[in-house]
Design a protein around this ligand. Structure first.
Ligand SMILES: [Zn+2]
Ligand SMILES: [Zn+2]
Length: 334
């Protein structure tokens, strides 16, 4: 499925089968979960996508061909996959390995990074190629559909969660896919969870309580006690000052999305006393390894709703309209 231009439906089209270059794997895609970022790309909210583009960056597939080896001076993982292996392909598709960020263990901020399904072709397709060093082996506990949403909602959610340090009282604004996965980890690690939904969305509040949240309410409400940290997964700027007012002295508000509407101004008093606001960008391979190691031990459960690849536009439309009951996962040849 190909995006020719933002704000147009994807086109179903036969494209030449990609060939793996040096250090790449050719992967036969089995499942690709849909992320909110895919919507931002398709809706033209992110600048300069590759065009035409095959979206999708939560890819599960099987190695069909291993490209020529890369020289050993470049890293070590190229030969760690063999034909037939199951691999996960995430958002971070390539980094230069040499900029100041890469050299200080912050490859998520690499100046020249390339992103799957945004600046390089992704997984809304039968085949894709990926740099082997950025692919993950996946835990056996999950089938292809179940594991797909872990690859972005899980990984980047996990990076946002780690930024909250050892916060005991953790707030989550927006209880979508990433929040649902990260809430399970927070509860497993003994945090007290406070969930904020759209005002009046009592069904989602009930779901959050069923999962184990100590409190769930609307984003216009204050929690019964001050929080040590909050993660905002909804792309709604006015939630930032709301979350600041809900946290205690020294607390942190982490913005977990790639795109957000403008943040309205707020009194300095809401930031005073060492409160901080930060954001999370992309992922490092280390985040991925840690999360994929932890997830099956919790075990983190995913909720999915499958669509055949050809119905990608239907999946995107339902996601945009808030009509999905789980993460949309496109299935290919299943
Ligand atoms: Zn770099
Ligand atoms: Zn994503």
């Amino acid at each position: 499925m190909v995006l020719d231009k933002p704000r147009q439906p994807l086109q179903l089209r036969d494209v030449p089968k990609p060939r793996p270059a040096r250090g790449q794997l050719l992967v036969r895609v089995s499942a690709c979960a849909v992320c909110r970022t895919d919507l931002h790309v398709v809706d033209g909210e992110l600048p300069n996508p590759k065009l035409p583009l095959i979206p999708g960056h939560q890819i599960v597939g099987y190695v069909e061909e291993v490209g020529p080896e890369i020289p050993s001076s470049f890293g070590i993982r190229a030969s760690s996959f063999a034909i037939g292996d199951r691999v996960g392909i995430p958002w971070l598709g390539w980094t230069d390995g040499e900029c100041a960020y890469c050299r200080s263990n912050r490859e998520n901020l690499c100046d020249n990074a390339r992103f799957t399904g945004y600046t390089i072709d992704g997984g809304y397709a039968e085949f894709t190629v990926a740099d082997a060093r950025f692919c993950f082996p996946l835990p056996d506990r999950y089938n292809d559909v179940e594991v797909a949403p872990l690859l972005c909602a899980g990984l980047i959610g996990y990076r946002a969660y780690r930024k909250t340090g050892d916060a005991r009282r953790l707030g989550i604004y927006g209880f979508g896919n990433a929040a649902h996965l990260i809430a399970q980890i927070a509860l497993y690690e003994g945090r007290d969870l406070f969930v904020f939904t759209r005002p009046g969305d009592t069904a989602t509040q009930q779901d959050a309580k069923k999962l184990g949240a100590v409190w769930a309410g609307g984003s216009d409400e204050m929690p019964p006690e001050k929080l040590d940290a909050a993660i905002i997964f909804a792309s709604v700027g006015p939630l930032v000052p709301a979350a600041l007012r809900a946290i205690a002295k020294g607390g942190t508000v982490v913005c977990g999305g790639i795109h957000m509407s403008d943040i309205p101004s707020f009194p300095y008093a809401d930031l005073w006393e060492e409160r901080s606001i930060t954001s999370v960008a992309n992922l490092t391979r280390r985040d991925g390894q840690e999360f994929l190691d932890l997830a099956p031990r919790v075990p983190v459960q995913t909720k999915t709703q499958t669509f055949p690849l050809e119905e990608a536009n239907v999946a995107l439309d339902r996601f945009r309209a808030g009509e999905l009951t789980g993460t949309a996962v496109l299935t290919i040849g299943q």
